[in-house]
Design a binder for this molecule. Structure first.
Ligand code: MN
Length: 132
């Protein structure tokens, strides 16, 4: 069964980029623009990985990460925070929320694939080459 990734991202262009990159590599995608829906979606689908935008309407991705990491059913799902926040204090604050990884926007596609590969324990880059 192929891996499922939950994407929480309110920006349409970023969502399309992440979706296209992951679907091209055969991953199943669950997506929402709404941080308030993320915990429910995670419980319903039990994804293998969560990509979490930090700047979301009405709620910070940091609070969503804290909710997921406080949930005994969900806390073991790795979370990669993705954000345009660039300052070191911001990065520290995000990592303290309990997420496993951090990617700055605009994303490097190579770094994105490396990090997703790491937390899914597969090699997306090798898979992409084989499919070409
Ligand atoms: Mn955003």
């Amino acid at each position: 069964m192929s891996n499922t990734v939950l994407i929480v991202e309110d920006n349409d262009l970023n969502m399309k980029l992440f979706r296209d990159l992951l679907q091209t590599h055969g991953l199943n995608i669950i997506e929402t623009k709404n941080g308030f829906d993320a915990v429910t979606l995670a419980k319903t689908h039990l994804p293998n990985l969560i990509l979490m935008d930090i700047q979301l309407p009405g709620i910070s991705g940091i609070d969503v990460i804290r909710s997921i990491k406080a949930d005994p059913q969900l806390f073991s799902i790795p979370i990669i925070a993705i954000t345009a926040f660039a300052m070191k204090e911001d990065r520290d604050r995000i990592m303290e929320s309990g997420c496993e990884g951090y990617l700055p926007k605009p994303i490097s596609i190579s770094l994105f694939l490396d990090m997703v590969s790491k937390y899914l324990n597969i090699d997306l880059k090798a898979k992409g080459r084989n499919n070409e």
